[in-house]
Design a protein around this ligand. Sequence first.
Ligand SMILES: [Zn+2]
Ligand SMILES: [Zn+2]
Length: 241
Amino acid sequence: MLEVDLHVHTMFSHCGLHTVLEILKHAEKIGLKGVAITDHGLTLGGRLNSVFYERFQCPYPSVTLFKGIECNIVDGSGTVDMSSELLPFMDIVLLGIHHNIAKGLGKKVYTEMLVKAVEMNQFVDIISHPNDPSFPVDYRELAAAAKKKGIALEINNSKLIYARTDSDSFEELLLACKEVECGIVINSDTHAIHELGMNELVLPLLEKVNFPEKLIVNRTLETTNEFVKQRKILKTSIKGI
Ligand SMILES: [Zn+2]
Ligand SMILES: [Zn+2]
């Protein structure tokens, strides 16, 4: 099981089943030390509640709550659907390509889309599921661009549980990250509560490619806190925030 899970959906997403409190209570029960609530941005119908970001505090002292979002690529121009009012409250910003973007445009187009978004939006911390087969990307190119910006690429356990992605693409992604020394984050992408903290299917792949532990950003709560702290310094330096 993960020590810190940085990708979890709640009922603030159209595809989430549980409340924030149910997720946090379950995190406490299973001994998870940290959880990021990362509901979808507005393009995918996310209902980002400003009260959650501004006022809510985790009632379980053994669980560190990271407030976040999984925002979306809006088009090929590098635009993403991040709310600038909520940005100062964000501990973790995930960015992914989702079904609002047309399929079948080819690897070159999706790679350019993500690289441009990474370069234009320095508040992005993690690229979620970069090995989604619907939106193929050049892993080496993306990993190099992410490394330059201090961004981590996600290894998404759910994509393997539900056979959305084959294990070969995980190995290719891990090898690209290893080669350019780009950090990774292992996440559950929880939509149903029993998935919280799960990493069991991707762990053997990390072992298979002998992936360096030091590149796993969320290997402990301490390393995660350090990543979030450094990234927040960057976020608060963004003009106008
Ligand atoms: Zn996603
Ligand atoms: Zn997600």
